[in-house]
Unconditional design. Structure first.
Length: 380
């Protein structure tokens, strides 16, 4: 607050840089902040950008909406776009649409998932424990299968998962995993001509939409889809985008394994996309997570990487089908994003706001509500 009261935040770029570093340090240490702390940050900006004299007319225009709050006073709710191109912004915002994830004030788009988990030795140990959990659970579920043959031995399930692990380790280019539930509900076998009906083109559209975003999707399907007649499955196989789970094995566990292995392998590479692989599914996987010892760590992985989807057109309107993606859970994570300056923007025209934006989850607030700090930057 001392820096703010002296007016350095408004005039000294070095102090502005220091304040920015403070915000970044918060981001790296916690996932959310207390409301009292959010109010303190708001007051720092309110005091720091308060006009020092009548000569600071421009400063008056920048922050007229910021005034110091009392200890019990509510942080103002912002719902309209920033008014001035060089305005310092602070307040709380509500995200009404998880699909767009657009901030109503700055128009920045929240990231779909965490960009990258901090791979500490603790996280790596938890990854190994979760992988061991999945192997054990695969044997238990395999033994419960109606088609289970005691002569096979339950270890067949875990051995098949280990083979899949080695296969993934030799195919390190995948960055997104698409599960069976996502595909099968749109895959309809036409009994008349033995081929999939037009509705099943949706899986291909999903793969193409991911590829157009620079992703390398891997579709994981149960063994039944490898049979002749499933035309879409054969097309995906020709593209190298598919893996068929062995008979009587649980496909969801292969999705979880793929998420773990792709992420672990990416820690030793420069593939930034693989460090935050997407798990495309509308299944929250609660039935499996309840049987894992590492429940909390698995939910953390799920929240960081799972992505839900929906269609913006009915399947019978095939040409208009477009896949939309959204977070499986609204991310409880501090994010910093850049709102870029529109191209060909010049000062003679009405300038649009551009800068660096922090969105802070606040403890006790609804999942779609964030505390906002926005700094204008001409170089964005």
């Amino acid at each position: 607050m001392t820096l703010a009261e002296t007016g350095h935040l408004r005039t000294d770029t070095e102090y502005i840089r220091i304040f920015g570093e403070i915000l970044y340090s918060i981001l790296t240490k916690v996932n959310s902040i207390e409301e009292d702390f959010a109010r303190k940050l708001y007051n720092i900006l309110a005091v720091g950008y308060r006009p020092q004299s009548s000569h600071h007319k421009e400063a008056d225009e920048l922050i007229t909406h910021l005034s110091e709050l009392e200890s019990t006073e509510q942080i103002p709710l912002l719902s309209h776009p920033a008014k001035y191109y060089n305005e310092v912004i602070s307040g709380c915002v509500i995200f009404d649409d998880m699909t767009t994830r657009l901030c109503p004030v700055t128009n920045v788009k929240l990231k779909l998932t965490h960009v990258e988990l901090k791979h500490t030795s603790f996280d790596r140990a938890k990854q190994k424990e979760l992988y061991s959990d999945v192997l054990d659970l695969s044997e238990k579920l395999y033994a419960r299968s109606p088609e289970f043959k005691p002569s096979d031995g339950v270890e067949r399930a875990s051995n098949e998962l280990k083979k899949f692990t080695k296969w993934l380790q030799s195919n390190k280019h995948y960055t997104a995993i698409v599960g069976e539930l996502t595909i099968s509900i749109y895959t309809v076998l036409d009994t008349i001509n033995g081929e999939c009906s037009h509705i099943s083109s949706f899986p291909l559209k999903m793969v193409k939409s991911l590829e157009s975003d620079g992703e390398r999707p891997l579709v994981i399907l149960p063994h039944k889809y490898s049979k002749p007649g499933f035309l879409i499955a054969s097309r995906l196989k020709n593209k190298g985008n598919i893996f068929f789970v062995p008979p009587r094995c649980e496909d969801d566990l292969y999705c979880i394994t793929a998420l773990l292995i792709i992420q672990c392998e990416a820690q030793h590479s420069n593939n930034q996309l693989a460090k935050r692989p997407y798990l495309i599914t509308n299944d929250r996987l609660y039935d499996h997570s309840s049987n894992l010892k590492q429940k909390a760590f698995f939910r953390k992985l799920y929240q960081c990487h799972a992505v839900r989807y929906r269609l913006n057109a009915l399947p019978d309107d095939e040409d208009c089908i477009e896949v939309q993606y959204m977070p499986a859970e609204f991310l409880h994570q501090i994010q910093v994003n850049v709102c870029p300056k529109p191209r060909n923007q010049c000062k003679e025209l009405v300038m649009k706001w551009a800068g660096r934006v922090w969105h802070f989850p606040v403890k006790g607030w609804p999942a779609n509500k964030r505390f906002l700090i926005g700094y204008p930057e001409n170089d964005c």
